[in-house]
Design a protein around this ligand. Structure first.
Ligand SMILES: Cc1cc2nc3c(=O)[nH]c(=O)nc-3n(C[C@H](O)[C@H](O)[C@H](O)COP(=O)(O)OP(=O)(O)OC[C@H]3O[C@@H](n4cnc5c(N)ncnc54)[C@H](O)[C@@H]3O)c2cc1C
Length: 388
């Protein structure tokens, strides 16, 4: 019998498992892939301070970024940044190793098929090992679901839902560029690129990670995201100058939940990371939140085990504490902007670009600049803002 069973050894699961094991609890960390991160689809852009805080610096870092370029239909903004790129196969493996070093028991090639809360303080997870294909049952006192957007939490009435306005789909291609010296990243916005989405170029040591994502409701209308990404690579007036001559060596895609779940807690159960929809609703980045929410869940589950109280009302302190964080408050605002703005994009294709620019420069922009951004294309090209 384990104290806690954590399903999913992504950033959320491994940070929860680390926190629990470090506090002395017996933890099972289940991962369906051969190795953590092996199959996880991502642009790999994460905050450098978080990589340091979670103990995987410098080994997990592909490249540290010096600056970021935001390319709007009307001009370019350059900012300094504290981001870095990571390869998920390396990043997730190092995070899982850290949990194992703290005492967690990592079970790879182990698919959780079903989860059940028998009573407060008693959970069961039905697992299938890839080697034997046999179904077995693991028992624990608590359960943390960190199994990404297609979470088993839904079977318990918890976690994220991939509904129309609340989910995005994104494609990411790797383009070979061995030994490149690019140390900034680029984000491209505008209705011609993606409605309520954007394209990115993130440099790794030997490849460029190039991607495109947009909300599910727009995806249905636009048809083929793949065609649009290839179009961006081959013929975008600015991006194609960098990308067009480089061969595509890998193609992946995946769902991203964009709406934080209202139900992250049940008896004996916490839901974290993408499984709880903890992804920024406007920019669809979720790795930092996965790390932070996993860590917090590990802490709260430790407190519940110590108090021998795994009731939903005790565990609810996880959701309360999460909702008090600056990140969660910011995500609420993002969600409201998205809810109000998405219907407006039917009349104004560049809404997301405007919102992002006003968020980036709101405090430093002149009133004329703001009016121009909001009125584009009626009022002509807004001032080209450059910022460092
Ligand atoms: C194309 C794309 C690009 C992205 N780019 C970025 C980016 O650049 N920066 C950023 O911050 N975010 C990005 N995201 C979002 C980011 O990938 C997620 O927010 C992040 O991975 C969430 O981490 P997690 O640990 O919650 O879930 P995941 O990373 O999804 O990890 C879940 C883990 O659980 C395992 N698992 C799932 N089900 C089971 C099961 N039943 N049994 C056992 N194991 C299971 C999976 O194999 C996986 O290892 C991107 C997403 C996509 C789709």
């Amino acid at each position: 019998m384990f104290d806690v069973i954590v399903v999913g050894a992504g950033p959320a699961g491994s940070s929860a498992a680390y926190r629990l094991a470090n506090n002395g609890w017996r933890v099972a960390l289940l991962e369906r892939s051969n190795e953590p991160g092996e199959d996880n689809v991502c642009g790999g852009m994460v905050s450098l301070p978080m990589v340091k805080r979670f103990g995987v610096f410098p080994d997990a870092v592909e490249k540290e970024m010096r600056s970021e370029l935001h390319v709007f239909p009307w001009g370019v903004i350059e900012n300094t940044t504290e981001q870095c790129t990571v390869r998920r196969s390396v990043f997730d493996r190092l995070l899982a190793q850290r949990a194992v070093a703290a005492g967690a028991e990592l079970m790879t090639r182990t698919l959780a098929r079903a989860v059940r809360v028998v009573a407060p303080g008693r959970v069961e997870v039905e697992v299938q090992r890839r080697s034997t294909r046999r179904l077995t049952r693991l028992r624990g006192r608590g359960l943390i679901l960190a199994d990404g957007p297609r979470t088993l939490a839904r079977s318990l009435g918890l976690g994220c839902r991939l509904e129309d306005g609340g989910a995005a789909f994104a494609l990411t291609y790797e383009l070979a560029w061995p030994g490149n010296e690019m140390n900034h990243y680029e984000l491209y916005y505008g209705g011609d690129i993606a409605l309520w989405g954007y394209a990115w170029i993130f440099p790794y040591r030997d490849v460029l990670n190039v991607g495109l994502g947009c909300v599910r409701s727009e995806l249905k209308r636009r048809g083929s995201l793949q065609r649009d990404l290839v179009g961006f690579i081959r013929s975008h007036p600015r991006a194609s100058r960098l990308l067009d001559d480089k061969p595509i060596v890998r193609r992946r895609g995946g769902w991203i939940p964009l709406r934080p779940s209202r139900r992250m807690v049940g008896p004996s159960t916490l839901v974290v990371g993408d499984a709880a929809g903890l992804v920024h609703p406007l920019i669809a980045a979720g790795v930092d939140n996965a790390l932070a929410s996993g860590d917090l869940a590990g802490q709260v589950m430790s407190e519940a085990l110590a108090a021998d109280d795994l009731s939903a009302s005790f565990l609810a302190r996880f959701q309360r504490r999460w909702q008090r964080t600056t990140t969660a408050r910011f995500m609420e605002i993002e969600d409201w902007i998205a809810r109000i703005g998405r219907p407006l994009s039917r009349v104004d294709r560049d809404m997301l670009a405007k919102v992002i620019q006003l968020c980036l420069l709101g405090g430093t922009m002149s009133w004329l600049g703001k009016v121009q951004v909001l009125g584009y294309p009626l009022l002509g090209t807004p001032q080209r803002a450059r910022r460092r």
